[in-house]
Design a protein around this ligand. Sequence first.
Ligand code: SF4
Length: 404
Amino acid sequence: MASQDGSDISPVFEAQRSAYVHVPFCRRRCFYCDFPVSVTGDRRHGGNFSPVDRYVDSLCQEIQTWSGQGKMGLETVFFGGGTPSLLTVGQVEKILRAIDGVFGIVPGAEISIEVDPGTFDRDKIAGYIGSGVNRFSLGVQAFQDELLQVCGRSHSVAEIHSAIEILNAVGADNFSIDLMSGLPYQTPQQWQESLSKAVAIAPAHISVYDTIVEPKTPFARYYEPGVFPLPDDDTSAEFYRQTQKVLTTAGYEHYEISNYAKPGFQCRHNRVYWHNRSYYGFGMGATSYVNGQRFSRPRTTTKYAQWVETFVANNGKINCEVVTERDRLLETLMLGLRLAEGVSLDAIASEFGQETVDTILEILQPYIEKEWVKMIPERNAIRLSDPEGFLYSNAVLSSLFADG
Ligand code: SF4
């Protein structure tokens, strides 16, 4: 591997225990989405569609080109997208075989896949389980057809219920559902209804994302943040507080700003990101963070396929961006403060020095006084309070970024 300035850097691979696999295909593009995706149209079983097959070939070639580093044994693998459930069982098996062959997947590893309603049946989910998948993340977003249409989602509420029936019927009991708050025209009553339905379904895990108007998306053309039909800031804040109250009352731990889990069901893969630990990333648009170096792949399928050819021809040599110490510190704080367990000041001191800890505490003092930031003396850690600190995390983090 070579650094950005071209000097050789020896890769160190022993720390990576996680891999992200990007599956970029979606039946259509949702109106709020700016992820790297390739639109397939309405092909429920995208595997018969040759671009998907070609992509899986490129992906496996990329994975195999990382061989020779030794089998460290992965503890988590995450198929994200895109809509990974457009893959056939055979394609998922092929990718997992490639990963296991190169890195090894330890027994008991968490293997997650994102699935969308209307893209799978019982056989597919049973087949995924047979190939080793043991956690499912279902993209629900809303329980109202009119809101799904406003978002440009390709499924209906009836398909959400069928999807849940399928997951329950095949014993896929470790599943998560994604919901979105602050959608255009969404009323507090609709949000309460979505939360109640989620609680009634009783998944192991619930992720709740506030709507973000990303540049260059249809949402950015149609809407302005904070202006009707989007909720104003006070209503968004109320949605957040309502979510925290309903889900924690229902027995979910609010373990991360946007994530809730029944005890024992936190997402192990995502915790690797929030702890700013290393991971492999494979596939179009995916980023790896290996040995303090970040590398992002091209964001179109054609350019990704060309990149894989070059990567193979160069025997796995790539130019990585070396993450500076300051960026590593800010990322560690930004990601760690998303977690309810917060950030250990002892860990910060041992990596970045006690002086850095003193500066952080000085910057955060106004927020400690407001009780948005809390000290946890028994662990010498800091965390954001729930819900107010989580709600205003951007203000807290901006101060760290401005002064840190
Ligand atoms: S299904 Fe997910 S990845 Fe695909 S377009 Fe919609 S939001 Fe984006």
